[in-house]
Design a protein around this ligand. Sequence first.
Ligand code: PLP
Length: 449
Amino acid sequence: PKGQAAMGLAVKAADRAHVFHSWSAQSLIDPLAIAGAGGSYFWDYDDKRYLDFSSQLVNTNIGHQHPKVVAAIQEQAAKLCTIAPGFAVDVRSVAARLIAELAPGDLNKVFFTNGGAEAVENAVRMARLHTGRHKVFAAYRSYHGATSAAINLTGDPRRWPSDNGSAGVVHFWGPHLYRSNFHATTEAEECERALAHLEQTIAYEGPQSVAAIILETVVGTAGVLVPPPGYLEGVRAICDKYGIVFILDEVMAGFGRTGRWFAADNWGVVPDLMTFAKGVNSGYVPLGGVIISERIAETFATRPYPGGLTYSGHPLACASAVATINAMRDEGIVENAAEIGETVLGPGLRELAERHPCVGEVRGLGAFWALDLVKDRETREPLVPYNASGADNRSMADLAAACKQRGLWPFVNMNRLHVVPPCTVTEAEAKEGLAILDEALSVADAHCA
Ligand code: PLP
């Protein structure tokens, strides 16, 4: 309808006039005006529907507008909108208990934040105070957030403009067989050499100076890199050997994304600190946090923890987390992610790789997949150069446009297309998305050898 289209234009005009957008050259962007969303879809003011294969920023694990979560936020708003972090309040206590019960091992205390970056900041602060050491090891091919410590830990180009000399951060290479830094030809070789590289780097940095190693359990934005068997266990052993705190960043991988509540559950690994955000409440209200082991919590039993946030454990955010976790449990949403990954997305994407020469590798699990796109399957040269922009990035931009034109909202990063629908995605929706990708990938095929 005409009136609706006019409303969309007004929304966009006001956005362009006053909203300053993340990560963008302000005059070069053209944000789509959104009228609404539900389940696996969102739509614009022209009634064009998009199948959300990005889960926004990989956060709507429970889909859009889940009625039980919406109702919980409404009920909590009527009861108690806000209260300072120093008070004990029912909904915060329940959220912390549910999260602690789901978390592995002795991760039993929860420090709440407003999102992922603040969770990482506080995990690093805890590790430094607990050990009395300063250096933190983080991987190249990682993203940990956009605040000061988190962006300096990040191992991709988003760090470069904000790099403060990466004070106290040492970057190392994690395992990634398809683009091995270790000339490995098998997963076992890659794992063994990546662990040897990490331990040797620690030896040269001085183990007594290393507070923590932080890793994304499954690397997210930097490529959906699933660690080979034995890698996380090996890092755990290195941390134990040198008294280093092991931090797993589960901001993207946690809460169902990999088909388990936490990605660490896939390998039975227990870190000392675990960060979460996104899927904990699908981002309906901003929420993140750090889940803390008994041993580290003990450090702050009689010594004050020097960190806090006005909105730590915000009641609306906690109410939405409680409702999200309960709904995910009652509706088998984590199991659905595992099942869809194994029976539809994995096989479907591998089939696309057979038909499309631009697909170099398919990797992932659960509702967490990436297509690594190449110019040439033999040389594995990425379809676009590392950190390409403008004309150099044309083929990826064309691919994204082809998806959107056909009603699929993709997640694109460098030479990769990530397939990250909500964990609630149905078989029919997943197949609808795969069919669109099949058509859109032909656009990328035209750019390869
Ligand atoms: N850590 C990981 C693994 C992430 O993927 C992200 C966001 O994408 C963050 C941290 C930062 O989270 P936030 O954007 O909520 O600050």
